[in-house]
Structures are given as C-alpha cells and as structure tokens.
Design a protein around this ligand. Sequence first.
Ligand SMILES: [Zn+2]
Length: 240
Amino acid sequence: MKMWTLRIRTVLWGGIAVALAAVIAVFFRTQGAAMAFSPWADERTLVIDAGHGGFDGGAIGSGGTTEQHINLSVAKRTQALAGFFSIQTAMTRSDENALGYQPGRAIRENKVADIKMREKIVNETPNPVFISIHLNKFEQGKYWGAQVFYSKGNEEGMPLGETVQQCLIDGLNKENHRKAKQAADTIYLMKKLQCPAIIVECGFLSNPEEEQLLQQTEYHKRLAICIVSGYLQHLASTDA
Ligand SMILES: [Zn+2]
C-alpha cells in the first residue's frame, strides 16, 4: 500500500518537473531569447550550501535525526535538478565532511575555518547566487513549516527569498503561513555576502511529524523541486 503511494508520488513529482521544464522552454521561445541550450548558464552560478557537516552535525531531532545529512541530501538533489535545467551550480560541500577541518583544533576554530571557506567559495564564484540549506529547531515541538531567510547585502535577496518561500508553501503544505524574513545579523554568511543570498530552513526537526517527513528521500526531492522552481521563477522575473 505504502509502496503504491510512494510510486504515485514519484510519478506526480516527476510529472511536475517535466511540466516545469516544458513551461520554461515555451517561455524562452515566446520571449524570442537566443535559443542557446542554456540562456542563463554564463550569467550566474547557483552556489548550493549544505549547512554543517563532519564534526558539526547541526540540529538533532527528537527521534535522533541529524541535520547535516538531510541538508546534504537536499543540496545534492537541488544540484541535480538545477543541472537538468542547465543552471550552472557549485557546492560548498559535496560530502559528509566539514570544510578545512583540522583534528586537534578547538571546535570553535574549526567552525570559523569552515564558515570562512564557504565564504571564500562564494566570493571566488563569478556572479554567485547563494542558497544555503538548513533545518530548524525550537524548544516546543508544535512549530513546523519551511521558512526562508534572506540577506540584506543585495537587493535581490528579498524577492528571491519571497519567491522560494511561496514555492515551498505551494509544493509542500499550503497551510504553512510562514513568510520570508530578513536574516539576523548574527548569521555570519548572511551578514557578509554581497551576492543575493538566502537560507532555506526546510522544516523543524523539533516537530515529530515534520521530522518524519524530513527523513524521507521523497521529501528531499520535493524540497529540491520547490527550491529550483523558486530560483527559476526568480530568474525569469529578473531577466524580464
Ligand atoms: Zn543549521
């Protein structure tokens, strides 16, 4: 029974992805854009950032789920789907390890080294758009819902964040009334990066139902579809 539900879901989301590709193809044809395979490939690079890694597991759910692995899974699926649309991408990390880790060094020093390397990767990428993937956690288990935070360092952050937020609501749960918000200055990368930059908090590990969803590969695919759809919609609106 469950297998069938899963199969139907896979077919459904596969269908949505194909439909999305068709809509975009038609959009660029009707816009009379040069029909290079990728109209935006040379202009921007989507830097996908899987939060935490290695010594830094991130948030831990009530059922013991660790944030870092889910972030990486969603990030990899986002990259794969973005590649399907010929979006140029870069990953800050593509395995389970933290960046620049040195054994024997204090956790804080390793944390600083990791975050500075992520910053360096973004700054060395031409025309980057930064999307960081994380999970949320709160003391009370009742809070749930994906939410986007955008940096104030670039005026495109807010519209990008709002578009991705809407895609998350439409694609995951229409009862989610969360709005995209400006990230706090205490988040280093959001404060420092000058390119369009957002954090996608994919859901709350502290909410038991959402934790269960966040453990499912199918849900990671849905998250990736929402993120890429939001990014494509944002590109379409800024190129217009
Ligand atoms: Zn996190």
